[in-house]
Design a protein. Structure first.
Length: 331
């Protein structure tokens, strides 16, 4: 295998190194540019070759031969370095190839069938299978969707089209007879649909993933009010008696203190509530309750009362400074 480097001054390539192997490479992936590495797939293993010294390290071995697939995952707030996923059959193994010789991580991705091709298209991983395209979350590696082809098409390759802002807008799939184009639903629309169907955790996870990959991806969520999603989810958890979960979401939403305290009247004496927030003392319900059409707060008693007490203490500790500030303004 010959390695060439582009020379902008002369407008051409010059050969840097020629490498010899005991068998022919079956896949090649370059990561990190000139100072990075090359991940090479062979019959039953992958090797990582550092371009600074051309040292090779065997990073992943597997038993059965298969079509080798490897692709890079860009860095984010959860993965500081660029990492690579290499296929070992129906599993994808995450490797930090920019570490010392290549560090195998504990992260694993699972496909329904061995992949034909795969690409990172933040915030997703798109994988071409024999009869479908499979979509995984790029952060958790959890399978999200499988899009089956209408008729058997025996696809050979796939190329996602990425817009200037970073997210995939379409995917082109080639077959022996044609090219199939799949259009991506905008991320904001996907999140809105998840919220409308009460899949709050999935909606928030998708928002978090987009934000972790920087402004190029998060700009697509300009129309999404993440705090509102947290508040809706918190209210649903409150109604179910999951007060700890509700408080976590109210804190993330930065919900109005009056709204949250009004959900737990058993712990806030009316006289204290009236003193701190006289403008809201006579309100029969709070906007937070009206959000989901609740007329009265949950009746707290027995074990439920104990769980609620733990949650409200946690909330008051987090909001201690704000509550103290409100009290000082009355003096």
């Amino acid at each position: 295998m010959k390695i060439f480097q582009w020379q902008s001054g002369i407008g051409g390539f010059t050969m840097r190194r020629e490498l010899s192997f005991s068998e022919s490479p079956r896949s090649i992936l370059c990561v990190g540019g000139i100072g990075g590495t090359i991940v090479i797939g062979f019959k039953k293993h992958y090797e990582n070759i550092e371009l600074q010294n051309y040292n090779g390290t065997k990073i992943v071995e597997f038993e059965k031969e298969h079509r080798l697939v490897s692709f890079e995952i860009p860095p984010s707030t959860t993965r500081i370095n660029s990492t690579v996923i290499v296929s070992t059959g129906i599993h994808g193994v995450v490797v930090d190839v920019l570490g010392s010789g290549g560090i195998l991580t504990e992260e694993r991705l699972e496909w329904s069938t061995p992949p034909i091709a795969a690409h990172a298209a933040v915030p997703f991983i798109l994988t071409l299978l024999l009869d479908s395209i499979e979509v995984h979350d790029i952060s958790s590696l959890v399978a999200l969707q499988r899009i089956r082809f209408v008729t058997p098409s025996f696809p050979t390759s796939m190329c996602p089209i990425t817009e200037m802002i970073g997210a995939p807008s379409a995917a082109f799939v080639s077959t022996p007879e044609s090219i199939v184009v799949l259009t991506m639903i905008p991320l904001s629309t996907q999140i809105t649909r998840l919220v409308d169907s009460a899949n709050f955790e999935d909606a928030l996870a998708l928002c978090s993933t987009c934000h972790s990959y920087g402004p190029q991806t998060s700009v697509q969520l300009a129309d999404i009010d993440v705090r509102s999603i947290h508040e809706k989810y918190g209210t649903v958890l409150y109604q179910k008696g999951d007060f700890d979960g509700a408080i976590v979401n109210y804190l993330s939403a930065e919900s109005d203190i009056v709204d949250v305290l009004s959900l737990f009247p058993e712990f806030i004496p009316q006289s204290l509530f009236t003193l701190l927030y006289p403008q809201r003392a006579n309100s029969p319900t709070s906007p937070l309750l009206n959000l989901v059409g609740v007329i009265n707060p949950v009746k707290l008693q027995g074990v439920i009362l104990h769980r609620a007490a733990t949650a409200i203490v946690q909330y008051c500790e987090k909001k201690r400074d704000k509550i103290t500030e409100d009290a000082d303004e009355l003096n």
